[in-house]
Write a protein that binds this ligand. Structure first.
Ligand SMILES: C=C(O[C@@H]1C=C(C(=O)O)C=C[C@H]1O)C(=O)O
Length: 173
């Protein structure tokens, strides 16, 4: 049984990280836009790792109020600068009968570029966790999650901030 991340309110992370890192973890606008700006002349791209319907993890289902065992839409990407992953993201959305998800099939277009165009978009509180299991071979990675809501859809968006991002931006973690 894989260990669920221990999700905590965002504020609990503040004393554990530098101001510069906090600015990233606590931001509520589009992470894609922030990464594009931070990349400057370097190339930003979304690398699609997986998109399918499947079983969410227990903590993901709980965050979405999904009964255990219910299938969901799953998407995993790496947000890369000069082909180096800076953020790994995993998004989960309950399937809605007789409706196709308008955010499905985005491919290597950022989910955020669609989400932040929705006028009635709501974003729930950000929670954080330090990954219990290695991500891209590195442990203790800061992860955050929040639930976006739009037009009857709910999307749990989870982002893991990789040490490569810290190094490339010369940030202190
Ligand atoms: C929610 C956003 O979308 C980003 C892009 C994602 C994708 O393309 O799957 C997933 C999570 C985010 O890092 C954002 O830009 O803030």
């Amino acid at each position: 049984m894989t260990q669920d991340p221990r999700w905590q309110p965002l504020a609990t992370a503040r004393p554990k990280m530098s101001q510069s890192w906090w600015q990233w973890i606590s931001s509520r606008d589009s992470l894609t836009q922030r990464l594009v700006q931070a990349a400057g002349e370097r190339r930003f791209n979304v690398r699609l790792l997986d998109e399918r319907s499947g079983q969410p993890y227990h903590d993901e289902a709980a965050a979405l109020g999904l009964m255990d065992g219910r299938r969901a839409w799953l998407r995993e990407v790496a947000l890369c600068v000069d082909d180096q992953p800076w953020v790994v993201a995993r998004s989960v959305a309950p399937l809605v009968p007789r409706r196709s998800a308008p955010f499905a099939g985005l491919g290597e277009t950022s989910l955020g570029s669609w989400l932040f165009r929705q006028p009635d978009l709501e974003r729930g509180p950000i929670e954080v966790s330090q990954s219990p299991r290695p991500i891209h071979g590195e442990s203790g990675i800061w992860q955050r999650r929040s639930v976006f809501r739009h037009d009857g859809w709910a999307l749990l968006v989870q982002e893991a901030f990789l040490p490569q991002m810290c190094r490339d931006l010369s940030l202190t973690p």
